[in-house]
Write a protein that binds this ligand. Structure first.
Ligand SMILES: [Zn+2]
Length: 260
């Protein structure tokens, strides 16, 4: 329990850093310099005004300098990351499996937020995340049913690694082909390449079986939420761009935490 709380507090700090990434990566700005500033008035944010969650509450959601509202995205991302880190260590323990789930959660929170705000899924999260997923696959073993069947003489760590690699190629590859066909038939993009790279990352962390589930679940959630949104807001369905990455991200969190 204590370790899960420590993980949760650490998650709040990571969430605070994610907020910087979410604001800057889609605009191709450096995340390390300059230090945090108000996006509205440009005033630098002092350390005591930059405490996750607490500062937002103390400042009543307004910048100390210009008094304009701070986006609720900041406390939401911090709370979500803290909550997910707590849950990961609570469920899986203070070990490689818990750490992997924390890392995966942080990447997904970052991606879902940039997808909602900018319809962008930054390579820093997708591609770099995929590399971490492949590196962790031999450490935290994936189900790897197919590789074990095809190459029975290999070790479990090797199967897991192959499962991770295969999931990063096969399912995003199919998705890419689908998007490409749609583009050729309809003459406009129906599926962003960012979604393909997102599925490459989720595959690296979840393996074939998990990633297939993410694609199915994400599509179902996306269809239901998308239809509801279009009907409620009376958006033109032919031009409204759904944040598909958000739905894939939610599905990936579900699959990862369920440990399927
Ligand atoms: Zn300000």
């Amino acid at each position: 329990m204590e370790l899960a709380i420590i993980a949760g507090l650490f998650g709040l700090l990571i969430g605070s850093f994610l907020n910087v990434c979410i604001s800057r990566l889609p605009r191709d700005l450096a995340v390390s310099v300059p230090r945090s500033y108000c996006p509205r008035c440009g005033a630098p944010i002092a350390a005591y005004d930059n405490i996750p969650l607490i500062s937002y509450l103390l400042l009543a959601g307004k910048c100390r300098h210009c008094r304009l509202p701070i986006s609720p995205r900041y406390p939401l991302v911090e709370a979500a990351t803290g909550g997910l880190f707590f849950a990961a260590v609570w469920l899986y323990g203070w070990n490689w499996a818990g750490l992997k789930l924390c890392l995966f959660s942080a990447l997904l929170v970052g991606l879902m937020a940039t997808d909602i705000e900018e319809r962008i899924l930054p390579d820093e999260f997708t591609k770099t995340g995929a590399v971490f997923g492949w590196m962790l696959a031999p450490v935290v073993l994936l189900p790897a049913a197919l590789p074990a069947l095809l190459a029975p003489s290999l070790s479990p760590a090797a199967w897991s690694f192959l499962d991770s690699l295969a999931a990063s190629v096969v399912i995003p590859g199919g998705l890419w082909l689908l998007g490409w066909t749609y583009l050729k038939l309809r003459g406009r993009e129906g599926l962003g390449f960012g979604d393909v790279k997102l599925m490459m990352m989720t595959g690296a962390f979840l393996g074939l079986q998990g990633n297939l589930l993410v694609l199915i679940l994400g599509s179902v959630i996306g269809m239901v939420a998308g239809l509801g949104w279009i009907l409620a807001r009376r958006k033109d369905p032919s031009t409204y761009e759904l944040p598909f990455g958000l739905f894939l991200g939610l599905a990936a969190l579900g699959v990862a935490f369920a440990g399927v």
